[in-house]
Ligand binder design. Structure first.
Ligand SMILES: *Cc1c(COP(=O)(O)O)cnc(C)c1O
Length: 204
């Protein structure tokens, strides 16, 4: 039962962003009725379909996956948060097509196995550059930990992001932690945890 899945989670004050990519609109509706209003999709096409089917609900939509620049104009004015801003090219498209100031997380690359995200070496420059953009409001940083059972490695990744955030502005958000590592992320100061499989257990 979705309700039991939800009851197992203690977000300790952080916002749960439900990764809804695994399920269709009817399941999302059930989750919404249990009080989860933040949904995160990671593919443009699937997002657009669900967005239309769920228009009657007051969902806060997060785009959490890589956003291709050619999809920006279709998606950008329908989402509330983008968790994956990682290039000037993407920022330029947002500047061109967004009709509001879009809340964005800068995605930081925390490991060789992931292709998305900007490197730490470039992240401060990128953050400063984005201040020139009238349609972008940087609200925080996002990262994904490598897929490993080594808790110390995961913790190192999350603490590094927290330290980086602290060095810039402690009031910025931290989007980090998924089903397998959200407890570690919360210990490290996550403000937004992106949960999929743990919430949808039994539903797909
Ligand atoms: C799918 C997804 C999640 C959730 O993953 P789970 O391991 O199922 O909790 C979080 N973040 C992103 C970017 C995703 O694509």
């Amino acid at each position: 039962m979705l309700k039991d899945n939800l009851n197992e989670i203690d977000p300790k004050g952080a916002t749960i962003v439900c990764a809804s990519k695994y399920v269709g609109s009817s399941s999302i509706r059930k989750m919404y009725d249990l009080g989860i209003k933040n949904m995160g999709e990671n593919r443009a096409q699937a997002f657009l379909e669900k967005y239309d089917e769920l228009k009657d609900l007051d969902i806060t939509w997060h785009f959490i996956g890589h956003l291709q620049t050619n999809k920006v104009k279709d998606v950008i004015n329908k989402i509330d948060y983008l968790h994956s801003l990682d290039s000037i090219k993407l920022a330029n498209e947002i500047e061109k097509y967004s009709n509001k100031k879009l809340k964005c997380f800068i995605e930081i690359n925390s490991g060789e196995e992931s292709k998305s995200g900007i490197d730490y070496n470039d992240a401060l420059n990128f953050y400063n550059e984005l201040k020139k953009y009238s349609k972008i409001e940087v609200v925080g940083f996002m990262t994904m930990a490598p897929n490993t059972d080594e808790e110390n490695v995961i913790k190192g990744v999350f603490l590094r992001l927290k330290d980086f955030r602290d060095s810039i502005d402690k009031s910025l958000y931290l989007s980090m932690g998924m089903s397998n590592d959200y407890k570690i992320a919360l210990e490290c100061g996550a403000t937004h945890i992106r949960l999929g499989s743990i919430l949808w257990k039994g539903e797909y």
